[in-house]
Each structure stands twice: as structure tokens, then as C-alpha cells.
Design a binder for this molecule. Structure first.
Ligand SMILES: Nc1ncnc2c1ncn2[C@@H]1O[C@H](COP(=O)(O)OP(=O)(O)O)[C@@H](O)[C@H]1O
Ligand SMILES: [Mg+2]
Length: 259
């Protein structure tokens, strides 16, 4: 690819005490690309992306975002750089409505009496939220209801609309279709494509290989903390990827000498 990577991870290591959760992983993500991060439970996928999103500080290695090395010590620092992450548990505020979630921590206020009164500009936030959702062709009947009353797919749409509205430069999604029904899974995949079509690269963690093959450009497989392969989607298939996920294939292993 001719363009510069949006994200370069170099020789990343993350230890928890004696456990090496991420072991010397390097990885590039280019503009407008969907990169799937695959691996069995405990492979280190979530830990790797949490190093990028500011949840964990890496033990070693480098993270280069848009050409500059970054050291995030809190998730808000990553968000301020345009790295939006949807974690396995989603992290929306259940009791707030849809605009309340899109503008969470970044609420827009009106100003009266020279700033003496600063009520929230709910009308503005509602209109902006509605247009962000419309631009993604996401249908949510009413925005002024608590998020907890929405379906799983609608909640994903809200999280993605938040990323679009705040002009995310990189979207990270950790198992976004877990616990969703099939029609909703398809909607989330459409949302991922909509992000990609806007040039926003996506790192997608998923266990569902058919959906990974349907939406990704490149696949990266981790096994026990290490990256064991990286393939273009057209150069591999589910059977081969499973072999890498279970550790039967490993591109980093030196071949056994021929006797
Ligand atoms: N906060 C933590 N403290 C200690 N160990 C952790 C922590 N988070 C993850 N681990 C361990 O790191 C390894 C990788 O976990 P994780 O990144 O969640 O894997 P995956 O997302 O691929 O299932 C596992 O052995 C897990 O138990
Ligand atoms: Mg995980």
C-alpha cells in the first residue's frame, strides 16, 4: 500500500507480573482498512488493543499514531487523538439517552447572562445525534429514551455514531457482535463498512470467522501473546486461520531441519 500507516505498533510487550500477555507484536493499520485481530481466548487481543487505547501502559515497544510516537496514560488521551474504542462491555451510560451518550464527557452548553447560566444545549445535541445516525443509515425510533431500552445492535450504532461525530481517526471494536442476533450482526457489519468508506480504519476483534471474512481486508492472528501470522483476506481461508488460532501453524517458528 502506498499510503502511510495510521497506526504502527512496534515490538509491543505487555506483562502482568510474570505473565507475558503481549509478546513482541508489530502491526500496521492503513487508512480505510479493516484489520481483523483473531486468536483463541487469552491470546492477548484485548490487552494489545488496550495498550493502543490508553487503558494499559505497554511494558515495552512503541506505538506510532499518525506518524508520531504516543504514550497514552489514560483512555481520554487516546480519544483526544481520535482513537475510539468499543470494548466488549461497550461502556455506554445506560441511564442516559442517545444524545447523552454521544456527547458524554463533551457536552455542549448554551451561555446566558455572560456565561452566568450554562444550561446544556439539548436541542443542538439531539439534532447532531440524529444527523450522525442518519449518515450511517442507522434507524433508532426514539433518541430520547435511556440507552438500556435499545437493542444491542442499536447500542452499537450509537457507539459508532459517537465515533463518527467526533471524527475518529481509528476505530477499535472488541467483539462488537457478541450477544447480537444475526440481523443485528449484519447491521453492525454495515456500520463497519460505512466507517471504512469514510476512510476510518477499523481494528475488529471477533471470533466469528464468516463475519471476519465478509468485512476485513487483512487478518492478524495471535497465539499466546505472539503474532503468528498476517494474511490478506483473499490469500487465506477459515480452515487455515483456525490452524493458526490453535497454534498448529506459526509463521514465526523456524521450520524443523530436514533429517
Ligand atoms: N488486567 C490483567 N491482569 C492480569 N492478567 C491479565 C489482565 N488482562 C488480561 N490478562 C491476562 O492476559 C492474557 C491475555 O488476555 P486477553 O488480552 O484478555 O486475551 P484475549 O482478549 O485474546 O482473550 C490472559 O492470560 C489474561 O488472563
Ligand atoms: Mg478479549
Amino acid at each position: 500500500m502506498a499510503s502511510e500507516p495510521v497506526l504502527s505498533i512496534r515490538n509491543l510487550v505487555k506483562r502482568f507480573g510474570g505473565l507475558v500477555a503481549v509478546n513482541d507484536v508489530s502491526l500496521d493499520v492503513f487508512p480505510g482498512e479493516v484489520v481483523a485481530l483473531l486468536g483463541d481466548n487469552g491470546a492477548g487481543k484485548s490487552t494489545l488493543i488496550k495498550c493502543v487505547s490508553g487503558v494499559h501502559s505497554p511494558t515495552g515497544g512503541h506505538i506510532i499514531f499518525e506518524g508520531e510516537e504516543v504514550h497514552f496514560s489514560r483512555p481520554i488521551e487516546a480519544r483526544d487523538h481520535g482513537i475510539e474504542t468499543i470494548y466488549q462491555d461497550l461502556a455506554l451510560a445506560n441511564n442516559l439517552d442517545v444524545p447523552g451518550n454521544v456527547f458524554l464527557g463533551r457536552e455542549v452548553e448554551k451561555s446566558y447572562l455572560g456565561g452566568l447560566l450554562r444550561p446544556l444545549d439539548n436541542k443542538f445535541m439531539l439534532a447532531q445525534t440524529a444527523s450522525a445516525l442518519a449518515s450511517l443509515h442507522a434507524e433508532i425510533p426514539s433518541l430520547e429514551v435511556p440507552i438500556e431500552s435499545l437493542s444491542g445492535g442499536q447500542r452499537q450504532a450509537v457507539a459508532i455514531a459517537r465515533a463518527v461525530y467526533w471524527q475518529a481517526r481509528l476505530m477499535i471494536m472488541d467483539e462488537p457482535t457478541n450477544n447480537l442476533g444475526v440481523p443485528e450482526q449484519h447491521k453492525v457489519l454495515d456500520l463497519i463498512r460505512a466507517l471504512r468508506d469514510r476512510g476510518v480504519p477499523v481494528i475488529l476483534i471477533s471470533h466469528t470467522l464468516p463475519e471476519v471474512f465478509a468485512v476485513s481486508d487483512r487478518l492478524v492472528v495471535m497465539h499466546r501473546g505472539r503474532k503468528v501470522t498476517e494474511k490478506k483476506v483473499g490469500d487465506t481461508n477459515s480452515e487455515e486461520i483456525v490452524q493458526y488460532m490453535v497454534g498448529a501453524l506459526d509463521d514465526t517458528r523456524t521450520p524443523a531441519p530436514v533429517a
